[in-house]
Design a protein around this ligand. Structure first.
Ligand code: SAH
Length: 360
């Protein structure tokens, strides 16, 4: 059984090639390839058995060669604001979260790229649980696929890699996942509607920039000086702010700076002034994020008035800025929170097991 090929781990081009050779071997007409290909992502089937447009023997023959693994939905929570949070179980018992956020005619799906996270940002619930493992392609893209398999399917229009994990430390899987999300034979989501969020993993930023598609880059800045950033984000020792800013400058598309507002920590007028300099240098768009309580302890949110004032200081200095609306406050819909709530905090693994940046 283990030698079956997982079609959901392949980009559409590769899946098509596998299907073409199987159909040829089975003496099936060429159009069957496209028929099955459509059932991977465009109009996903729960299993080969569900592909009722194919004959029973063909479905059985395909199931012998290929697999289409599902993610098992452990829990689903619906917020009063319409945000829906999903906790999926993976085959080895790991659990990852995805959050669907409706906004007007759009639905943004926030997906996870790792089980846990090695980075230990001080305010983040995922950081507190430590790193378990990288997700595979089918486990990342599968989060979006599962939305189409719900009893009432969700039509995802935008994707953000802002769930659990650091996508650019799992580039080996994230890169083909981007292809699947974007390809019309995959999920068909426009590249400009797909955002990769990173703490600033430099080789990963370069790799993303080398992709010809217009995928968007968001960088978690969170502090305008190395001194403060090091305290909040240990990764700053390896990839200091200055280098991250340089990388943002040479990235060929406009980047977004994410800045989580931590009461009394990074929300003072001098921080706004310093941040404005950096943002202007990169022509970055700044997204101010209200702290989601329930991350790590020890921080308090900046008040809405203070956030507005901070935003004004940036705007006065010619920086484009938006204040992110907090969503799903009643369902622990921030990075890692549902998993922590359900499964408890797990003992983190040693840092040397995290594996290094994987750039294909
Ligand atoms: N590792 C990537 C992507 C996952 S986190 C990154 O750090 O960018 C996505 C965003 O959520 C990041 O900007 C992260 O700093 C932010 N975040 C984490 N915990 C948060 C909390 N408690 N409240 C608000 N934002 C949080």
């Amino acid at each position: 059984m283990t030698d079956r090929i997982n079609l959901l781990n392949l980009t559409p081009v590769d899946a098509e090639a596998q299907l073409a050779s199987a159909m040829a071997e089975l003496g099936e007409p060429g159009y069957r390839v496209g028929q099955v290909l459509r059932r991977l992502w465009v109009n996903p089937a729960a299993s080969f058995e569900g592909m009722t447009e194919l004959s029973t023997p063909l479905r059985a023959a395909l199931a012998e060669r290929f697999e289409l693994p599902r993610l098992v939905l452990l829990t689903e929570q619906l917020s009063t604001d319409g945000t829906r949070k999903f906790l999926f179980r993976l085959s080895d018992g790991e659990a990852v979260e995805a959050v669907a956020i409706p906004e007007g005619s759009r639905v943004t799906l926030c997906i996870s790229s790792q089980a846990g996270c090695a980075l230990r940002c001080a305010f983040c619930a995922t950081g507190a649980m430590g790193f378990s493992r990288n997700l595979d392609v089918f486990e990342i893209a599968g989060q979006a696929r599962e939305m189409r398999l719900l009893e009432q399917p969700i039509d995802v229009t935008n994707i953000v890699f802002m769930g659990m994990g650091e996508p650019l430390m799992n580039w080996k899987a994230v890169s083909p996942t981007l292809t699947i999300l974007n390809d019309p034979r995959g999920l068909g989501i426009g590249a400009r509607h797909i955002t990769v969020s990173t703490v600033g993993i430099l080789p990963g930023i370069v790799a993303l920039g080398e992709r010809p598609e217009q995928f968007r880059l968001a960088i978690s800045i969170h502090a305008p000086s190395d001194e403060l950033r090091r305290e909040l984000m240990p990764i700053n020792t390896k990839y200091p702010l200055r280098d991250v800013i340089e990388a943002a400058k040479v990235f060929d598309r406009r980047v977004t700076f994410e800045y989580v507002m931590l009461g009394g920590v990074n929300d003072q007028p001098e921080h706004a002034r310093q941040l404005a300099v950096l943002a202007r240098e990169c022509r970055a768009f700044v997204n101010l994020i209200p702290l989601h309580p329930g991350g790590s302890q020890g921080f308090s949110p900046t008040s809405a008035t203070e956030i507005a004032r901070f935003a004004r200081l940036l705007r006065d200095r010619g920086v484009e800025v938006a204040i992110r609306k907090s969503r799903g406050m009643d369902i622990a819909a921030a990075c890692g929170q549902l998993r922590v709530e359900r499964l408890g905090r797990r003992t983190p693994r040693a840092a040397d097991q995290h594996g290094d940046v994987q750039v294909a």
